[in-house]
Ligand binder design. Structure first.
Ligand SMILES: [Zn+2]
Length: 269
């Protein structure tokens, strides 16, 4: 069933589990992830990020396939545009049939981030598309100090009130990519955000965080977990130069990697 993320994430927040936002990069990866969700009877959000894979025609092709494949299973599947920085990209994704978009204004001043998010929400809502925004900034490993900024709980509440956004990505210590050293999450901060903000919260940089920590965050409103690095690492490992046709091994490896997150973190429908 092809859906937006509204009901699936609100249900996940209420019942304290997470829907996995799986970063995909090809028709094959999208097909593999849908098969996993259907086999495990769990909801799934497929994600493409702004600019990749280029060109837009390929994004449209993946989106068209996902809508078709999602229609063949009773499991709710959404197609989400991750980390879009400009309105044109968001509008063309909505036009291409994405059911969910993220406007990432996390590096903008609060007022500007809120203003553009509000604009995106207005357009998206009219098209039945859900919107994720980010407040605070989830950085990359090796960032200069100050490039990542943790979410301020009171600001998050204000932001949600001002924008009407459907879900909010928060920065509590995860990073995109591969961690350097042990992950440390600020759970007290998350708890405070959860008390003040009533919409589903999103955790970016799920890869490498560890299931124990992730299970704690879902007690405090984290309802969507973005995972991509681990899926890509699994694909790279399976793409051995010794394999004549590595495609099947890759599909098997990324399915197993996604299962590793979905089985313990996402509830059966
Ligand atoms: Zn992200």
């Amino acid at each position: 069933m092809y859906v937006n993320t509204k009901e699936m994430l609100e249900k996940a927040r209420r019942e304290h589990y997470m829907v996995i936002g799986a970063g995909c990069w090809s028709l094959n990866s999208a097909a593999t992830f849908i098969d996993v969700a259907a086999a495990l009877n769990r909801p799934l959000i497929l994600m493409l990020w702004e600019g990749a894979p280029e060109p837009l025609a390929e994004q449209e092709r993946i989106c068209e396939y996902v809508r078709h494949a999602a229609g063949k299973t009773p499991v709710p599947i959404a197609m989400h545009l991750d980390h879009a920085h400009d309105l044109d990209t968001i509008y063309s994704a909505i036009h291409a049939g994405f059911s969910s978009v993220m406007f990432d204004g996390s590096e903008l001043p609060f007022a500007e981030n809120a203003e553009i998010t509000r604009e995106v929400v207005k357009v998206a809502r009219a098209c039945g598309v859900t919107v994720e925004a980010e407040l605070g900034h989830v950085g990359q490993p090796g960032d200069e100090p100050g490039q990542s900024a943790l979410t301020v709980p009171e600001e998050a509440a204000d932001f949600v009130r001002q924008t009407g956004v459907d879900s909010l990505a928060v920065s509590i210590g995860t990073v995109h990519g591969v961690y350097q050293g042990e992950p440390h999450l600020d759970l007290d901060r998350l708890k405070r955000i959860y008390e003040l903000v009533e919409i589903p919260l999103v955790l970016h940089g799920g890869s490498g965080t560890g299931l124990d920590l992730l299970k704690e965050t879902m007690q405090y409103g984290i309802s969507k977990l973005n995972v991509m690095t681990d899926l890509v690492l699994a694909a790279m490992k399976a793409a051995s130069p010794d394999n004549f046709l590595p495609e099947l091994e890759i599909c098997e490896a990324i399915a197993k990697s996604l299962e590793g997150y979905m089985l313990p973190l996402t509830r059966v429908l």
